[in-house]
Write a protein that binds this ligand. Sequence first.
Ligand SMILES: Cc1cc2nc3c(=O)[nH]c(=O)nc-3n(C[C@H](O)[C@H](O)[C@H](O)COP(=O)(O)OP(=O)(O)OC[C@H]3O[C@@H](n4cnc5c(N)ncnc54)[C@H](O)[C@@H]3O)c2cc1C
Length: 330
Amino acid sequence: MTTANPLGTSPVPAALLDSVAARLTGPRLLRAAPIAPYTTFRIGGPADLLYDAETGDDLAEAIDIATAAGIDWFVLGLGANILVGDHGFRGLVIRNRARHVTWHPDGRCVAESGTIMADLIREAVAGGWSGLEHYIGIPSTVGGAIWQNLHFLSPAPARERTMFIAEVFESCRIRRETGERRTVDAAYVGFGYDDTVFHRTRDIVLDVTFRLTRGDSDAMHRILQENLSWRGARHPWLEHHPSAGSIFKKLEGIGAGRLVDQCGLKGFRVGDAQISHMHANIMVNLGHATSADVRTLVAHAQKAVFEKFGHRLEPEIGFIGEFDSVVQSG
Ligand SMILES: Cc1cc2nc3c(=O)[nH]c(=O)nc-3n(C[C@H](O)[C@H](O)[C@H](O)COP(=O)(O)OP(=O)(O)OC[C@H]3O[C@@H](n4cnc5c(N)ncnc54)[C@H](O)[C@@H]3O)c2cc1C
Protein backbone atom coordinates (compact mmCIF):
# COMPACT_ATOMS: atom_id res chain seq x y z
CA MET A 1 0.00 0.00 0.00
CA THR A 2 1.41 3.47 -0.81
CA THR A 3 0.06 6.94 -0.27
CA ALA A 4 1.24 10.46 -0.98
CA ASN A 5 0.37 11.42 2.57
CA PRO A 6 0.80 8.90 5.36
CA LEU A 7 -1.92 10.48 7.55
CA GLY A 8 -4.51 7.86 8.51
CA THR A 9 -2.53 4.82 7.37
CA SER A 10 -1.28 3.33 10.67
CA PRO A 11 -3.58 0.60 11.99
CA VAL A 12 -5.09 1.46 15.38
CA PRO A 13 -5.65 -1.36 17.90
CA ALA A 14 -9.35 -1.96 18.60
CA ALA A 15 -8.87 -1.35 22.34
CA LEU A 16 -7.37 2.08 21.66
CA LEU A 17 -10.26 2.96 19.34
CA ASP A 18 -12.65 1.84 22.09
CA SER A 19 -11.01 4.11 24.65
CA VAL A 20 -11.10 7.13 22.28
CA ALA A 21 -14.71 6.32 21.37
CA ALA A 22 -15.62 6.20 25.07
CA ARG A 23 -14.40 9.79 25.47
CA LEU A 24 -16.26 10.97 22.34
CA THR A 25 -19.62 9.59 23.36
CA GLY A 26 -22.92 10.59 21.81
CA PRO A 27 -25.00 10.02 18.71
CA ARG A 28 -22.52 12.05 16.73
CA LEU A 29 -19.89 9.30 16.77
CA LEU A 30 -19.92 6.54 14.14
CA ARG A 31 -17.57 3.59 13.73
CA ALA A 32 -16.31 2.26 10.39
CA ALA A 33 -18.36 4.96 8.67
CA PRO A 34 -17.86 5.85 4.99
CA ILE A 35 -16.25 9.24 4.37
CA ALA A 36 -17.26 9.43 0.69
CA PRO A 37 -20.69 11.08 1.28
CA TYR A 38 -18.97 13.94 3.10
CA THR A 39 -16.64 14.84 0.25
CA THR A 40 -17.47 16.63 -3.01
CA PHE A 41 -15.71 13.83 -4.98
CA ARG A 42 -17.96 11.21 -3.31
CA ILE A 43 -14.97 8.85 -3.08
CA GLY A 44 -13.30 7.15 -0.14
CA GLY A 45 -13.45 4.25 2.28
CA PRO A 46 -14.48 4.25 5.94
CA ALA A 47 -13.06 6.14 8.90
CA ASP A 48 -12.38 3.98 11.97
CA LEU A 49 -14.13 6.75 13.93
CA LEU A 50 -16.20 9.56 12.41
CA TYR A 51 -17.18 12.30 14.84
CA ASP A 52 -19.34 15.38 14.30
CA ALA A 53 -18.00 18.43 16.18
CA GLU A 54 -20.85 20.88 16.72
CA THR A 55 -18.83 23.70 18.32
CA GLY A 56 -15.30 25.01 18.12
CA ASP A 57 -14.68 23.66 21.63
CA ASP A 58 -15.92 20.18 20.57
CA LEU A 59 -13.52 20.32 17.66
CA ALA A 60 -10.52 21.29 19.78
CA GLU A 61 -11.39 18.71 22.47
CA ALA A 62 -11.75 15.90 19.95
CA ILE A 63 -8.24 16.73 18.68
CA ASP A 64 -6.96 16.82 22.28
CA ILE A 65 -8.40 13.33 22.87
CA ALA A 66 -6.98 11.83 19.66
CA THR A 67 -3.59 13.46 20.27
CA ALA A 68 -3.42 12.18 23.85
CA ALA A 69 -4.25 8.67 22.57
CA GLY A 70 -1.58 8.96 19.87
CA ILE A 71 -3.92 8.19 16.96
CA ASP A 72 -4.12 10.04 13.65
CA TRP A 73 -6.89 12.61 13.24
CA PHE A 74 -8.16 14.69 10.35
CA VAL A 75 -10.48 17.71 10.31
CA LEU A 76 -12.96 17.49 7.45
CA GLY A 77 -14.72 20.61 6.17
CA LEU A 78 -16.86 20.07 3.08
CA GLY A 79 -14.23 17.70 1.70
CA ALA A 80 -13.91 19.90 -1.41
CA ASN A 81 -10.14 19.71 -1.78
CA ILE A 82 -9.29 16.14 -0.87
CA LEU A 83 -9.23 12.60 -2.21
CA VAL A 84 -9.83 9.92 0.42
CA GLY A 85 -8.24 6.52 -0.20
CA ASP A 86 -10.44 3.52 -1.03
CA HIS A 87 -9.32 1.83 2.20
CA GLY A 88 -10.36 4.78 4.34
CA PHE A 89 -8.74 6.43 7.34
CA ARG A 90 -7.14 4.68 10.31
CA GLY A 91 -7.96 6.88 13.28
CA LEU A 92 -10.41 9.72 13.86
CA VAL A 93 -12.05 11.90 11.21
CA ILE A 94 -13.77 14.95 12.70
CA ARG A 95 -16.54 16.50 10.60
CA ASN A 96 -16.52 20.18 11.40
CA ARG A 97 -20.12 21.22 11.96
CA ALA A 98 -19.33 24.15 14.31
CA ARG A 99 -21.47 26.79 12.63
CA HIS A 100 -22.27 29.55 15.10
CA VAL A 101 -21.99 33.08 13.70
CA THR A 102 -22.06 36.41 15.57
CA TRP A 103 -22.63 39.69 13.71
CA HIS A 104 -21.38 42.99 15.12
CA PRO A 105 -22.78 46.41 14.12
CA ASP A 106 -19.34 47.62 12.96
CA GLY A 107 -19.11 44.96 10.21
CA ARG A 108 -17.10 42.42 12.14
CA CYS A 109 -18.45 38.91 12.00
CA VAL A 110 -17.18 35.96 14.02
CA ALA A 111 -17.91 32.64 12.32
CA GLU A 112 -17.09 29.21 13.69
CA SER A 113 -14.86 27.31 11.32
CA GLY A 114 -17.47 24.75 10.24
CA THR A 115 -19.77 27.48 8.93
CA ILE A 116 -20.54 26.86 5.28
CA MET A 117 -19.29 29.75 3.16
CA ALA A 118 -22.47 29.82 1.04
CA ASP A 119 -24.58 30.33 4.21
CA LEU A 120 -22.27 33.05 5.53
CA ILE A 121 -22.31 34.85 2.17
CA ARG A 122 -26.13 34.74 2.08
CA GLU A 123 -26.34 36.19 5.61
CA ALA A 124 -23.74 38.87 4.87
CA VAL A 125 -25.46 40.05 1.70
CA ALA A 126 -28.88 40.02 3.40
CA GLY A 127 -27.43 42.20 6.16
CA GLY A 128 -25.84 44.60 3.63
CA TRP A 129 -22.23 43.54 4.37
CA SER A 130 -19.79 43.30 1.50
CA GLY A 131 -16.50 41.40 1.10
CA LEU A 132 -17.48 37.74 0.93
CA GLU A 133 -19.82 37.76 -2.09
CA HIS A 134 -16.93 37.16 -4.54
CA TYR A 135 -16.55 33.59 -3.27
CA ILE A 136 -20.09 32.45 -4.05
CA GLY A 137 -20.29 29.00 -5.62
CA ILE A 138 -17.02 27.74 -4.11
CA PRO A 139 -17.72 24.75 -1.84
CA SER A 140 -15.96 25.42 1.46
CA THR A 141 -16.27 25.79 5.17
CA VAL A 142 -14.86 28.91 6.80
CA GLY A 143 -11.95 26.83 8.18
CA GLY A 144 -11.20 25.38 4.74
CA ALA A 145 -11.40 28.88 3.23
CA ILE A 146 -8.71 30.17 5.59
CA TRP A 147 -6.59 27.02 5.15
CA GLN A 148 -6.70 27.61 1.36
CA ASN A 149 -6.75 31.44 1.28
CA LEU A 150 -9.88 31.08 -0.88
CA HIS A 151 -9.65 33.07 -4.09
CA PHE A 152 -11.61 34.13 -7.11
CA LEU A 153 -11.46 36.79 -9.83
CA SER A 154 -12.50 40.37 -9.12
CA PRO A 155 -15.96 41.38 -10.43
CA ALA A 156 -16.96 41.47 -14.11
CA PRO A 157 -16.49 42.99 -16.56
CA ALA A 158 -12.83 43.73 -15.74
CA ARG A 159 -11.98 40.59 -13.75
CA GLU A 160 -8.52 42.11 -13.66
CA ARG A 161 -7.14 40.50 -10.53
CA THR A 162 -7.46 37.60 -8.13
CA MET A 163 -9.22 38.42 -4.86
CA PHE A 164 -8.37 36.51 -1.69
CA ILE A 165 -10.32 35.87 1.50
CA ALA A 166 -7.27 37.27 3.34
CA GLU A 167 -8.53 40.72 2.27
CA VAL A 168 -11.45 40.54 4.73
CA PHE A 169 -9.66 38.54 7.43
CA GLU A 170 -9.04 40.19 10.80
CA SER A 171 -8.01 37.34 13.12
CA CYS A 172 -8.79 33.76 14.03
CA ARG A 173 -8.87 31.61 17.11
CA ILE A 174 -6.89 28.44 16.67
CA ARG A 175 -5.89 25.28 18.43
CA ARG A 176 -2.15 25.21 17.96
CA GLU A 177 -0.51 21.86 17.34
CA THR A 178 0.84 22.17 20.90
CA GLY A 179 -2.76 22.13 22.20
CA GLU A 180 -2.75 25.82 23.20
CA ARG A 181 -5.82 27.91 22.18
CA ARG A 182 -4.75 31.27 20.83
CA THR A 183 -6.00 34.19 18.72
CA VAL A 184 -3.69 34.95 15.80
CA ASP A 185 -3.47 37.65 13.12
CA ALA A 186 -2.75 37.62 9.38
CA ALA A 187 1.02 37.74 9.97
CA TYR A 188 0.81 34.43 11.85
CA VAL A 189 -1.46 32.86 9.20
CA GLY A 190 0.99 33.86 6.44
CA PHE A 191 -1.50 34.00 3.57
CA GLY A 192 -0.07 33.10 0.16
CA TYR A 193 -1.49 31.68 -3.07
CA ASP A 194 -3.21 28.42 -2.03
CA ASP A 195 -1.11 28.58 1.10
CA THR A 196 -1.17 29.40 4.81
CA VAL A 197 0.56 28.22 7.96
CA PHE A 198 -2.18 25.57 8.20
CA HIS A 199 -0.58 23.68 5.30
CA ARG A 200 2.67 23.29 7.20
CA THR A 201 1.51 22.74 10.79
CA ARG A 202 -1.24 20.83 12.52
CA ASP A 203 -2.79 24.07 13.86
CA ILE A 204 -6.56 24.12 13.38
CA VAL A 205 -8.88 27.12 12.93
CA LEU A 206 -11.68 27.23 15.51
CA ASP A 207 -13.35 30.51 14.51
CA VAL A 208 -12.61 33.48 12.28
CA THR A 209 -13.27 37.20 12.62
CA PHE A 210 -13.94 38.85 9.25
CA ARG A 211 -14.03 42.62 8.78
CA LEU A 212 -16.73 43.48 6.20
CA THR A 213 -17.81 46.85 4.84
CA ARG A 214 -21.20 48.35 4.03
CA GLY A 215 -22.13 47.36 0.49
CA ASP A 216 -24.69 48.27 -2.12
CA SER A 217 -27.31 45.50 -2.28
CA ASP A 218 -27.76 45.71 -6.08
CA ALA A 219 -24.01 45.58 -6.68
CA MET A 220 -23.62 42.57 -4.40
CA HIS A 221 -26.50 40.69 -6.04
CA ARG A 222 -25.01 41.44 -9.45
CA ILE A 223 -21.69 39.89 -8.33
CA LEU A 224 -23.49 36.82 -6.95
CA GLN A 225 -25.35 36.28 -10.21
CA GLU A 226 -22.39 36.97 -12.51
CA ASN A 227 -20.00 34.81 -10.52
CA LEU A 228 -22.45 31.91 -10.34
CA SER A 229 -23.08 32.02 -14.06
CA TRP A 230 -19.33 32.36 -14.80
CA ARG A 231 -18.73 29.18 -12.80
CA GLY A 232 -21.77 27.42 -14.25
CA ALA A 233 -20.49 28.01 -17.79
CA ARG A 234 -16.97 26.72 -17.11
CA HIS A 235 -17.14 24.03 -14.42
CA PRO A 236 -19.08 20.76 -14.34
CA TRP A 237 -21.94 20.88 -11.83
CA LEU A 238 -21.03 19.15 -8.59
CA GLU A 239 -24.54 17.73 -8.15
CA HIS A 240 -24.20 15.77 -11.40
CA HIS A 241 -20.45 15.35 -11.66
CA PRO A 242 -18.75 15.19 -8.26
CA SER A 243 -15.19 16.53 -8.27
CA ALA A 244 -12.57 18.14 -6.06
CA GLY A 245 -12.18 21.26 -8.21
CA SER A 246 -8.76 21.84 -9.78
CA ILE A 247 -6.64 18.70 -9.56
CA PHE A 248 -3.26 20.23 -10.43
CA LYS A 249 -1.53 23.30 -8.99
CA LYS A 250 -1.45 26.48 -10.98
CA LEU A 251 1.45 26.75 -13.43
CA GLU A 252 2.07 30.49 -13.54
CA GLY A 253 1.50 31.92 -17.01
CA ILE A 254 0.95 28.48 -18.58
CA GLY A 255 -2.15 26.86 -17.07
CA ALA A 256 -2.08 23.24 -15.93
CA GLY A 257 -5.50 22.59 -17.52
CA ARG A 258 -4.37 24.04 -20.85
CA LEU A 259 -1.45 21.56 -21.00
CA VAL A 260 -3.72 18.61 -20.16
CA ASP A 261 -6.13 19.83 -22.84
CA GLN A 262 -3.30 20.16 -25.40
CA CYS A 263 -2.48 16.49 -24.75
CA GLY A 264 -5.99 15.74 -26.03
CA LEU A 265 -7.09 14.36 -22.67
CA LYS A 266 -10.50 16.04 -22.22
CA GLY A 267 -12.94 13.17 -21.79
CA PHE A 268 -10.15 10.63 -21.13
CA ARG A 269 -11.34 8.09 -18.61
CA VAL A 270 -10.02 5.47 -16.18
CA GLY A 271 -12.87 3.45 -14.70
CA ASP A 272 -15.44 6.02 -13.64
CA ALA A 273 -12.92 8.85 -13.21
CA GLN A 274 -12.83 11.21 -16.18
CA ILE A 275 -11.01 14.39 -17.19
CA SER A 276 -13.90 16.79 -17.58
CA HIS A 277 -15.05 17.70 -21.08
CA MET A 278 -15.60 21.26 -19.78
CA HIS A 279 -12.35 21.89 -17.93
CA ALA A 280 -9.17 19.82 -18.34
CA ASN A 281 -7.91 20.60 -14.81
CA ILE A 282 -11.01 19.03 -13.25
CA MET A 283 -11.57 15.29 -12.88
CA VAL A 284 -15.11 14.09 -12.34
CA ASN A 285 -16.62 11.01 -10.76
CA LEU A 286 -19.05 9.50 -13.28
CA GLY A 287 -20.72 7.42 -10.58
CA HIS A 288 -18.53 4.71 -9.11
CA ALA A 289 -15.01 6.13 -9.42
CA THR A 290 -12.50 4.81 -6.93
CA SER A 291 -9.51 6.66 -5.53
CA ALA A 292 -7.38 4.18 -7.51
CA ASP A 293 -9.12 5.32 -10.74
CA VAL A 294 -8.40 8.97 -9.90
CA ARG A 295 -4.77 8.37 -8.99
CA THR A 296 -4.19 6.38 -12.18
CA LEU A 297 -5.79 9.21 -14.18
CA VAL A 298 -3.61 11.77 -12.36
CA ALA A 299 -0.49 9.73 -13.16
CA HIS A 300 -1.56 9.40 -16.80
CA ALA A 301 -2.07 13.17 -17.20
CA GLN A 302 1.25 13.92 -15.47
CA LYS A 303 3.10 11.50 -17.77
CA ALA A 304 1.45 12.85 -20.93
CA VAL A 305 2.19 16.49 -20.02
CA PHE A 306 5.78 15.72 -19.03
CA GLU A 307 6.46 13.79 -22.23
CA LYS A 308 4.92 16.45 -24.46
CA PHE A 309 5.91 19.69 -22.69
CA GLY A 310 8.52 18.81 -20.02
CA HIS A 311 6.37 20.32 -17.25
CA ARG A 312 5.78 18.42 -14.02
CA LEU A 313 2.18 18.78 -12.83
CA GLU A 314 1.76 18.64 -9.07
CA PRO A 315 -1.56 17.68 -7.49
CA GLU A 316 -3.29 20.50 -5.65
CA ILE A 317 -5.65 18.26 -3.68
CA GLY A 318 -4.74 16.46 -0.45
CA PHE A 319 -4.54 12.65 -0.35
CA ILE A 320 -5.98 11.33 2.89
CA GLY A 321 -5.87 7.78 4.26
CA GLU A 322 -5.01 4.45 2.67
CA PHE A 323 -4.64 3.99 -1.10
CA ASP A 324 -3.68 1.09 -3.33
CA SER A 325 -0.46 1.50 -5.27
CA VAL A 326 -0.85 3.59 -8.42
CA VAL A 327 -1.07 1.64 -11.64
CA GLN A 328 0.55 3.53 -14.53
CA SER A 329 -1.83 3.61 -17.45
CA GLY A 330 -0.79 3.96 -21.08
C1 LIG B 1 -16.18 22.54 -7.82
C2 LIG B 1 -15.08 23.19 -7.01
C3 LIG B 1 -14.67 24.47 -7.31
C4 LIG B 1 -13.65 25.10 -6.57
N1 LIG B 1 -13.31 26.38 -6.86
C5 LIG B 1 -12.39 27.02 -6.11
C6 LIG B 1 -12.08 28.41 -6.34
O1 LIG B 1 -12.62 29.05 -7.24
N2 LIG B 1 -11.18 29.01 -5.53
C7 LIG B 1 -10.56 28.34 -4.52
O2 LIG B 1 -9.76 28.96 -3.80
N3 LIG B 1 -10.83 27.02 -4.26
C8 LIG B 1 -11.72 26.36 -5.03
N4 LIG B 1 -12.00 25.03 -4.79
C9 LIG B 1 -11.27 24.30 -3.76
C10 LIG B 1 -12.01 24.21 -2.40
O3 LIG B 1 -13.27 24.78 -2.50
C11 LIG B 1 -11.20 24.91 -1.33
O4 LIG B 1 -9.93 24.29 -1.15
C12 LIG B 1 -11.92 24.94 0.01
O5 LIG B 1 -11.31 25.90 0.80
C13 LIG B 1 -11.96 23.60 0.72
O6 LIG B 1 -12.70 23.78 1.94
P1 LIG B 1 -13.29 22.56 2.73
O7 LIG B 1 -13.99 23.11 3.92
O8 LIG B 1 -14.09 21.68 1.84
O9 LIG B 1 -11.97 21.80 3.19
P2 LIG B 1 -11.64 20.22 3.06
O10 LIG B 1 -11.53 19.86 1.62
O11 LIG B 1 -12.56 19.45 3.92
O12 LIG B 1 -10.19 20.19 3.69
C14 LIG B 1 -9.09 20.71 2.95
C15 LIG B 1 -7.93 20.92 3.93
O13 LIG B 1 -8.26 21.97 4.82
C16 LIG B 1 -8.05 21.52 6.14
N5 LIG B 1 -9.03 22.17 7.02
C17 LIG B 1 -10.38 22.08 6.95
N6 LIG B 1 -10.92 22.77 7.97
C18 LIG B 1 -9.89 23.31 8.68
C19 LIG B 1 -9.80 24.10 9.85
N7 LIG B 1 -10.89 24.46 10.53
N8 LIG B 1 -8.57 24.48 10.28
C20 LIG B 1 -7.45 24.11 9.62
N9 LIG B 1 -7.47 23.33 8.52
C21 LIG B 1 -8.67 22.94 8.06
C22 LIG B 1 -8.31 20.02 6.07
O14 LIG B 1 -7.78 19.35 7.20
C23 LIG B 1 -7.63 19.68 4.77
O15 LIG B 1 -6.25 19.55 4.94
C24 LIG B 1 -13.02 24.39 -5.51
C25 LIG B 1 -13.44 23.09 -5.22
C26 LIG B 1 -14.45 22.48 -5.95
C27 LIG B 1 -14.89 21.09 -5.58
